[in-house]
Design a protein around this ligand. Sequence first.
Ligand SMILES: Cc1cc2nc3c(=O)[nH]c(=O)nc-3n(C[C@H](O)[C@H](O)[C@H](O)COP(=O)(O)OP(=O)(O)OC[C@H]3O[C@@H](n4cnc5c(N)ncnc54)[C@H](O)[C@@H]3O)c2cc1C
Ligand SMILES: *[C@@H]1O[C@H](CO)[C@@H](O)[C@H](O)[C@H]1NC(C)=O
Ligand SMILES: *[C@@H]1O[C@H](CO)[C@@H](O)[C@H](O)[C@H]1NC(C)=O
Ligand SMILES: *[C@@H]1O[C@H](CO)[C@@H](O)[C@H](O)[C@H]1NC(C)=O
Ligand SMILES: *[C@@H]1O[C@H](CO)[C@@H](O)[C@H](O)[C@H]1NC(C)=O
Ligand SMILES: *[C@@H]1O[C@H](CO)[C@@H](O)[C@H](O)[C@H]1NC(C)=O
Ligand SMILES: *[C@@H]1O[C@H](CO)[C@@H](O)[C@H](O)[C@H]1NC(C)=O
Ligand SMILES: *[C@@H]1O[C@H](CO)[C@@H](O)[C@H](O)[C@H]1NC(C)=O
Ligand SMILES: *[C@@H]1O[C@H](CO)[C@@H](O)[C@H](O)[C@H]1NC(C)=O
Ligand SMILES: *[C@@H]1O[C@H](CO)[C@@H](O)[C@H](O)[C@H]1NC(C)=O
Ligand SMILES: *[C@@H]1O[C@H](CO)[C@@H](O)[C@H](O)[C@H]1NC(C)=O
Length: 572
Amino acid sequence: MGTDTRCWRLFGAAILFFLGFCDSDTAPNFTFLHNATRAPAISYYDYIIVGGGTAGCPLAATLSQNASVLLLERGGSPYGNPNITNLSAFGAALADLSPTSPSQRFISEDGVINARARVLGGGSCLNAGFYTRASTDYVSEAGWDGRLVNQSYEWVERLVAFRPRIQSWQSAVHDGLLEAGVVPYNGFTYDHIYGTKIGGTIFDVEGHRHTAADLLEYANSTRLTVLLHASVHKILFITRGNLRPLAHGVAFRDASGIKHRAYLKQGSKNEIIISAGAIGSPQILMLSGVGPAGHLKANNISVVLDQPMVGQGMSDNPMNAIFVPSPSPVEVSLIQVVGITRFGSYIEAAGGENFSPRDYGMFSPKIGQLSTLPPKQRTPEALAKAVEFMNSLDEAPFRGGFILEKVMGPVSTGHLELQTLNPNDNPSVTFNYFQDPLDLERCVQGLETIERLVESKAFSKFRFNELSIPTLLNMTVGAPINLLPKHANSSRSLEQFCKDTVMTIWHYHGGCQVGKVVDHQYKVLGVDALRVIDGSTFNYSPGTNPQATVMMLGRYMGETILNERLANDESK
Ligand SMILES: Cc1cc2nc3c(=O)[nH]c(=O)nc-3n(C[C@H](O)[C@H](O)[C@H](O)COP(=O)(O)OP(=O)(O)OC[C@H]3O[C@@H](n4cnc5c(N)ncnc54)[C@H](O)[C@@H]3O)c2cc1C
Ligand SMILES: *[C@@H]1O[C@H](CO)[C@@H](O)[C@H](O)[C@H]1NC(C)=O
Ligand SMILES: *[C@@H]1O[C@H](CO)[C@@H](O)[C@H](O)[C@H]1NC(C)=O
Ligand SMILES: *[C@@H]1O[C@H](CO)[C@@H](O)[C@H](O)[C@H]1NC(C)=O
Ligand SMILES: *[C@@H]1O[C@H](CO)[C@@H](O)[C@H](O)[C@H]1NC(C)=O
Ligand SMILES: *[C@@H]1O[C@H](CO)[C@@H](O)[C@H](O)[C@H]1NC(C)=O
Ligand SMILES: *[C@@H]1O[C@H](CO)[C@@H](O)[C@H](O)[C@H]1NC(C)=O
Ligand SMILES: *[C@@H]1O[C@H](CO)[C@@H](O)[C@H](O)[C@H]1NC(C)=O
Ligand SMILES: *[C@@H]1O[C@H](CO)[C@@H](O)[C@H](O)[C@H]1NC(C)=O
Ligand SMILES: *[C@@H]1O[C@H](CO)[C@@H](O)[C@H](O)[C@H]1NC(C)=O
Ligand SMILES: *[C@@H]1O[C@H](CO)[C@@H](O)[C@H](O)[C@H]1NC(C)=O
């Protein structure tokens, strides 16, 4: 048995104490975590947060410092589940399709197989761990206070961000990026700057994952209640004649299907905050009667507010990757190095046993990635066939790694619609990958950069010289599968390669965007006492990868809301 050492750091007033107890697989001392089955039928709080994910946890921890807080999470606890806590197990949760899995698979109308979190800590429990801030331009365009932004990132980083240990394959990737012209070299930094850098990670040096749930360490445990297996079905509104609808409570169900309600205490500053993620937040708004009136009526939902923009502006950054088989051994690594180009695509890499029959990996059909077939052909049967094919091969062809590019933004957008009235079911989502030609152009330029990287001197140790790039792109047999689907007319078109091999890097966002569904204070337009704070509010994905900024936003808005509360108390 390996020991899952998890070192809990406790906070003194201003000093960090490192406690020596590194217990395996047990939850930290969170006295406020409860199964929703234990919740009373009715309860009252200053703040009620829907969704204990990447934004919801830091938000709850912060608000609990000065107010009573209820955090409702539909999933369970991440603690003690090696599929979540262990770097080497990456993908195991994404491959688990059971109803109790921390990951819920969904397939967009585009046909790309995707996943959403269903666990305390949200996407930070499933993700590849890369940790990197948004650019200063992004921060100023968002209208955020740069000083509070930096303090909030630091607050997050004190508990969950680490410097990765770079080994030889990732080193070859960064040297290759420099040779390919993605310069300068910026060393290890969380900052988003042009060139090649080593970013942070939420995995510590022992490969243990630290998640947004760990930020609950900051909470005042006497003022916070976290209910697990608590599925919110509806935000409850008071309608008041000509006044704006007022959010005043939520209805949720526990694991046994029993209904509970939680209401805001009396007090004009108390609020409900939705942090259910880019799929869950627009979904719960619609289920509560805030959304496009026609669509709500068609689903027999009584309209609280006709808001046509709810569910609009859904985007998923397209990801395309090239597998490069290697004559030398390649260490297991998730994302560590990133190339930030000036043309708007980010180059990242994951090496090691990414396709191995034993493992899951970022590009395995076991988790729904199947770039050898165009999106709409990635049926369950096709996935099963690909898994079977891989199981029939020995380990040798799996030696190597993937170089990927992610298109920034993206510019293309789509929309989300309800399919059922059950909040546990997936809504239908359309992302319209590459609908805008700029996204396609960025993909092509990204792939051209990857070609230069692969052909660089620095990378030569990790590629077979006899495999030219066109051969590599066309490789299907014996080795695992690059990646070019067969089109009579398109074997050399990188545009077609982009469209046919598109996958997700799971950075989907939108649905409750700032300026369209919420204002710059994240307050839902047209109603009172309701905000949305999470990745659904983004117009574009921040940084090269979003999680740092999602966690930062939870802290940032928690502080902002408490400051407003305090200012209001003083004016009384
Ligand atoms: C496989 C994968 C790999 C990724 N890799 C990276 C990476 O390396 N680096 C990076 O920066 N980002 C990465 N990301 C993206 C990043 O993790 C997400 O952008 C981020 O976690 C989104 O945070 P969120 O708070 O918006 O939503 P979430 O974290 O998804 O939180 C939403 C929460 O709300 C809960 N919820 C939803 N509906 C309800 C309801 N009705 N009632 C109660 N609870 C509800 C959900 O269970 C969930 O816990 C990855 C994501 C995935 C899935
Ligand atoms: C855990 O909680 C107990 C009782 O509340 C407390 O005495 C103890 O110090 C806590 N330990 C840690 C590591 O927080
Ligand atoms: C929560 O309670 C339900 C119903 O009693 C039970 O099925 C479930 O296993 C419990 N979950 C946890 C994590 O204790
Ligand atoms: C972590 O994963 C590795 C590889 O799958 C495995 O060898 C190890 O036992 C795992 N550790 C735990 C604590 O599950
Ligand atoms: C871990 O993942 C595997 C593979 O998806 C699954 O079979 C198993 O049930 C999961 N274990 C837990 C504890 O979730
Ligand atoms: C925030 O930090 C970044 C470096 O991470 C720095 O460039 C920027 O100037 C800082 N902003 C403020 C307002 O201090
Ligand atoms: C935590 O909250 C309680 C009130 O519930 C308060 O008395 C206590 O001072 C708070 N602790 C801290 C460290 O702020
Ligand atoms: C809406 O209600 C009508 C009448 O009760 C019913 O016929 C219809 O199937 C319902 N539609 C949906 C989407 O539930
Ligand atoms: C691609 O591979 C097929 C066989 O799988 C072969 O017929 C074709 O010539 C190859 N094309 C290129 C450009 O290498
Ligand atoms: C290839 O042919 C198909 C069908 O004729 C067409 O839709 C597609 O646009 C073509 N692709 C390229 C790159 O020319
Ligand atoms: C939080 O409460 C403390 C006293 O418990 C007070 O000193 C502090 O100013 C409050 N902060 C905010 C932002 O409300």
